[in-house]
Design a protein around this ligand. Structure first.
Ligand code: HEM
Length: 343
């Protein structure tokens, strides 16, 4: 296989590591020395070879371990995966999109053979070889959305489109930045975004929704979002806040380089063919500050972004208390040079 999959954990002993390859392709999200919310959407039609944007669904060295972590979360809390009854067809659409994309984009890892509705799916990294009948749920061990998203990195929100709005009527959410599918299920675009500061007043959500409602099949879009996470935790859910919230108090000037991570989400948007639903995959990439500052222009820029971020955003993103320590650490890597050379 072309990718060497890591054997690592995102909990307890935290053996998660990024190889040099993963550091080199990390989606550093800042295009200038400051940050504010914007409608930062672009077409998702590939990207530079080897980058996380190249394929429709990026697969990397963390794939197998991330899928093990998802299975652990689901075993403890089955409500992380929910699909309202009218969304089953969208689940089949998603299964088709992912199977077709992965088998075309990674033919050495995934194979899909189709004869009418008789499908044969081979997922080599996870050791799955399965024949089933497309659109017949009795031939899968789970519903179609759950089946395929147990084999796909990142979270998935599946949105029904009606009344000129999007409704969170299905999803697989085990690696989220502090929001809950169980809380948001059945909500619309404005309702689930209600906790976000400033963006609504800036008109961002009205414009973003307009864009999303018009996404057509075959022309997916993408954007990046980011936050900060102490320890390489995938599951920073409200449900488990009692486990990970307290870890934020364990940062010290000595351990911050290895413990504090920048968390970047590659968010993509695909129209689904039969259901007309919109799927919103949210792919999470973690990098320790220690690895991040090995790229001098990233260290320099992140220092300025975090230092100058409006208080409301640092509070919402959950690192306001640790901000002074993060800024102190990063300041060592900011030599004051301009970063206008682009990232
Ligand atoms: C945050 C879902 C599309 C902008 C969030 C949150 C959720 C969410 C669940 C967390 C809210 C909370 O604190 O409980 C979605 C879904 C989308 C979508 C399902 C697809 C339909 C977009 C788009 C934009 C956007 C297109 C803007 C262009 C934001 C911003 C935040 C946010 C700025 C705050 C993030 C932060 O500061 O870390 N979104 N979103 N979202 N969303 Fe969306």
């Amino acid at each position: 296989m072309t990718i060497q999959f890591n054997d690592e954990t995102f909990r307890d002993d935290y053996t998660f590591r990024n190889s040099q390859w993963a550091i080199d392709r990390f989606p550093f999200p800042f295009h200038e020395d400051s940050y504010m919310y914007s409608v930062n959407m672009e077409q998702h039609q590939g990207g530079p070879a080897g980058s996380v944007f190249e394929k429709r669904f990026d697969v990397d060295e963390h794939y197998v371990s991330e899928m093990k972590d998802r299975a652990l979360v689901l075993a403890e809390d089955p409500l992380r995966c929910q699909c309202l009854p009218h969304m089953t067809l969208a689940g089949w659409d998603l299964l088709e999109l992912i199977m077709v994309s992965k088998s075309e984009d990674y033919p050495d890892l995934f194979e899909l053979h189709r004869e009418g509705n008789n499908w044969h799916w081979i997922n080599k990294p996870l050791g799955i070889d399965h024949k089933f009948v497309f659109l017949d749920e009795t031939t899968l061990p789970y519903g179609p959305m759950e089946y395929i998203t147990r084999q796909s990195q990142g979270d998935f929100a599946v949105l029904d489109q009606r009344d000129d709005n999007l409704w969170m009527d299905a999803g697989m959410v085990t690696t989220q930045a502090d929001w809950s599918l169980d809380f948001d299920i059945g909500m619309n675009f404005f309702e689930w975004h209600a906790p976000v500061p400033k963006a609504n007043e800036m008109g961002i959500f009205v414009r973003a929704l307009k864009f999303l409602l018009n996404i057509q099949q075959g022309t997916p879009a993408r954007r990046l979002n980011w936050t900060m996470t102490v320890n390489p935790l995938l599951d920073t859910s409200p449900e488990n806040y009692h486990k990970w919230g307290v870890q934020k108090t364990t940062l010290t000037p000595e351990n911050i380089g290895t413990k504090q991570h920048l968390r970047v989400e590659l968010q993509t948007f695909f129209r689904l063919p039969r259901s007309n639903a919109l799927v919103f995959p949210i792919r999470c990439y973690l990098i320790s500050l220690q690895d991040l500052v090995t790229v001098p222009k990233w260290g320099r820029r992140l220092h300025r972004v975090i230092r100058d971020l409006p208080v409301e955003l640092a509070t919402y993103k959950g690192f306001i208390d640790n901000r002074p320590m993060i800024v102190d650490y990063l300041s060592q890597f900011d030599d004051g040079l301009p970063t206008s050379d682009g990232i």
